[in-house]
Design a protein. Sequence first.
Length: 482
Amino acid sequence: MILSVSPDHMKRWEDAAFCNGTDPWRLVQNAASAVLDLAKELIGSLEGKNILIVCGPGNNGADGYACARLFRQEQAFPYVVAVEEAKTKLAIRAQSEYESLNLPVLRNIPENISFDLVIDAIYGIGFRGSLSEHVLKTVYQINVLSCPIISIDIPSGVEGLTGAFEHSVMANATLSMQCHKHGVLLAPKEVVGALHVADIGLFQIGIPNAIAPFDIVYSAEAFDLKDLLPSRKSNAHKGDCGRALLVVGSMGMVGAASTAAKACLRGGAGLTTIECDKFIMPILQTIVPEAMCTLAEENPQFDAVLIGCGWGKSKEKFLRIQALLKERKPTVLDADALNMIAETPLHLGKQVIITPHLGEAARLLATSVDAIAKNKIEACFQLHEKYGCSVLLKDAVSVLYDGNKMSLNVVGTPALAKGGSGDLLAGLLCALLAQNRGENMMRSMQAACLWMGMAAQKVQGKRYQATVNSNDIIEALGYCCI
């Protein structure tokens, strides 16, 4: 699992370390040494290299001044630019020690120098809001330089909690101190670059207990998949492996239903039944022969249900949602089910997972897509508060929240930016809920997102990204755990 923390919790962690006798200056030195090591990894020997270090007024700037001093000891030529006067005790001390080498602190980036590396130490994880005109100009100058850029902790201009930004440094690599902050994982890869973590010594005292659910987040990565997926006994039969009911599909939208059903089957559901209109049954039974088809009035039995993919909207369908919710079984609401809930809000209950993309989330909360995108963590809290359910907010980095814990899904690819991906995820999630009998909703959400992301990456490795479709990904699901 990938550990990330909120900026506020990082401060509490540091404060706890200081109370236990950790020297703040030692943390600065450790951070500077880690930057030095990464610089060598990126550009090799530092001797004779021109390195631009842009420092801000706080402790992020202190790290910058400290690593500039180390660069000089490596026979490099550091050029330190201060966009603001040093303000914190650590920044003032670090600047003073750098200047003791008889090296100047500049106010602007010097011209006519070919830089080999840039260190972005302007703002750290506490930054919020907009960059000043002078800093914005400096950031623009940094971004157009033709050399690698290392951002310390987070690219300057990016908010440490949400990953939101108006303008920012475009880093080739971000070096997170002790662990990632949520914003580094939520921001686009084009902004943060390759992610690295430096242990600066805080694990020696342990991480403090979380105050808010988003303070400490563990996000699944590739080697976690096998542990997240349900296991089967040697004598298992199909009834042991979960009965999944998919209330999906309508005339003209059979593709959504078939994609969800195929994913549900590939996800391991023992029995998959599609509840649909009789006019599309022959199509579905041809496309997905392993699945059964039924009508609503036949009251099919199930362990978990998915409602909404390609389903359409009507008064009768809204009543069907209400009837299925009364069963109190693990439920996934997607697509048209979400659109009906947005029009007539219901308290859904803890057995329900909603899977909106940003547009659907905006409708559910009666706000704008931009508002959702700027703070997906807050959007998840609001969705949970309003609808009383677990939330899987889909995006390039999805946010998962079950009312107690939060997680991010950071494994994926732009190949998933295509119709059918949401149906695939919903079907896969329903299969996992059916097998788990609804126990540990977070585990099922993590597994579904991770599994789909890994399968998409696997397919993308063999073909042009834009040609990948949902059938390719469903086929690849079976090869992710081998």
